[in-house]
Design a binder for this molecule. Structure first.
Ligand code: FE
Length: 344
C-alpha cells in the first residue's frame, strides 16, 4: 500500500466497513464504527485463560467408575470433538476471511481480539482433554470420523471457498454479497446455532454438579461467543446500511434457507450426541430448542422466523445471561487462594 503524502484528511462520513480507502486501515481516528471500539474494550475486560481454572474435581470425576455414566462420558467427548475444530475454523475465518477485506480500523481491532479469543477457546479444549487424560488423537480427529460433526463442519468450510482465494476482492456487487453471506454464515450459523446444542449439553452437566472445571471453561467461552454473535449481527446490520443494494429478496431467501438447513444439521448432531437422552434433555427438546434459537437469529437481522417453536430449555437462556454477568476476576482470586490451578 502506498501512502499519499499531504493527502486531504480522512472524512469520517466516507469510512466504510468494506471498500473504504487505503488510508483508513492504519488510521484509527476519526472513528466511525464506535460500537466496535466498545466491543474491543468489553472483550479486554473479560480476559481469561484456561490454565487459571482448577480441573481437580473433573479429574477425580472422570477417573471415578461411578461419577459419570458411559453415555455422559461419550456425550462430553463428542461435544469436545465438535468444539476443537469449530473454534479453529472460526479463527481462520476471522483472520483470512474477514480481516483482510475490512477497511474500518476499529472493526479490525475487535477482530484481532476475537481471533485471540478463538485461540484461547481451542486452548481450553486442549487443556480439558489433557487434564482428563483423554485420547487426543480421538478427540481432535472426530470431525473426520463422526458424521454429524463432519456434516456441520463441511457445511461451514464450504463458505471459505472463494473468500480464502488470494484473488478474491470486494468492490463489485457479487463479491460484496459473497462477503456478506460469509459473515451471515459464520456469525448466525457457526457461532449462533452450531455451538448451542453443545452449550446445552455442558450446562446439563452444570445442573448436575458434574465436571465443574470444564463447565466453567465453557461458560467463559459462551460469554465470548455470545459477544462474537452480537458483534457479527452489528456488522451484518452495518453492511446492510452501508450497502443496501446487497440485501435483495433473493439474498434474504438464500440466507433463510441456509439457516433452515443448518438447523436440521444441528438437531441431527444433538440426536447423535444423545441417542438415549440424558439430564432430561431429549432429542425432541433439542429440536425445538435449536429451532427456537434459529428463529431468534433470523429476526435479529430482519429476516422472517421459520419455525415458531417455543423454548423448551428456558434455563439455557438464563444460564447464558448469567455467564455474561459473571465476574471472572472474583473467581480468579478464589482460584489463586486455593492454589487449585497450579498444584497438580
Ligand atoms: Fe467465536
Amino acid at each position: 500500500m502506498a501512502i499519499q503524502r499531504n493527502a486531504p484528511p480522512v472524512d469520517v462520513n466516507k469510512r466504510r466497513i468494506i471498500n473504504g480507502t487505503e488510508a483508513d486501515v492504519i488510521q484509527l481516528y476519526p472513528m466511525r464504527h464506535k460500537f466496535a471500539w466498545e466491543y474491543y474494550n468489553s472483550a479486554n475486560s473479560n480476559h481469561w485463560l484456561p490454565t487459571e481454572i482448577s480441573m481437580q474435581l473433573d479429574i477425580e470425576q472422570w477417573k471415578s467408575p461411578t461419577a459419570l455414566s458411559a453415555d455422559e462420558k461419550s456425550a462430553f467427548e463428542t461435544v469436545l470433538g465438535f468444539f476443537t475444530t469449530a473454534d479453529s475454523i472460526a479463527a481462520n475465518n476471522v483472520v483470512m476471511g474477514f480481516y483482510k477485506h475490512v477497511t474500518s480500523p476499529e472493526i479490525r481491532m475487535y477482530l484481532l481480539r476475537q481471533a485471540y479469543e478463538e485461540a484461547i477457546h481451542t486452548h481450553a479444549y486442549q487443556y480439558i482433554v489433557e487434564s482428563l487424560g483423554m485420547n487426543e488423537a480421538k478427540i481432535f480427529n472426530m470431525y473426520r470420523e463422526v458424521d454429524s460433526i463432519f456434516n456441520k463442519e463441511e457445511f461451514i468450510l464450504g463458505f471459505n471457498e472463494g473468500i480464502f482465494d488470494s484473488s478474491f476482492k470486494t468492490g463489485d456487487f457479487e463479491a460484496d454479497q459473497k462477503f456478506l453471506e460469509n459473515w451471515c454464515v459464520f456469525s448466525l450459523i457457526l457461532e449462533g446455532i452450531f455451538f448451542y446444542s453443545s452449550f446445552a449439553v455442558v450446562l446439563g452437566f452444570k445442573r448436575q454438579n458434574k465436571l465443574p472445571g470444564s463447565v466453567e471453561q465453557i461458560e467463559y467461552i459462551m460469554r465470548d461467543e455470545s459477544m462474537h454473535l452480537n458483534f457479527g449481527i452489528e456488522i451484518i446490520q452495518g453492511l446492510k446500511k452501508e450497502n443496501p443494494e446487497l440485501w435483495t429478496p433473493d439474498f434474504q431467501a438464500r440466507i433463510t434457507d441456509l439457516v433452515v438447513k443448518a438447523t436440521k444439521l444441528e438437531y441431527t448432531f444433538a440426536q447423535e450426541v444423545f441417542p438415549k437422552g440424558i439430564f432430561g434433555l431429549n432429542a425432541e427438546g433439542f429440536k425445538n430448542y435449536i429451532e427456537y434459537i434459529a428463529d431468534r437469529r433470523l429476526e435479529r437481522v430482519g429476516l422472517t422466523k421459520q419455525f415458531g417453536s417455543q423454548n423448551p430449555f428456558p434455563w439455557m437462556s438464563e444460564a447464558i445471561d448469567l455467564s455474561k454477568k459473571k465476574n471472572f476476576f472474583e473467581t480468579r482470586v478464589t482460584e489463586y487462594q486455593t492454589g487449585g490451578t497450579l498444584s497438580w
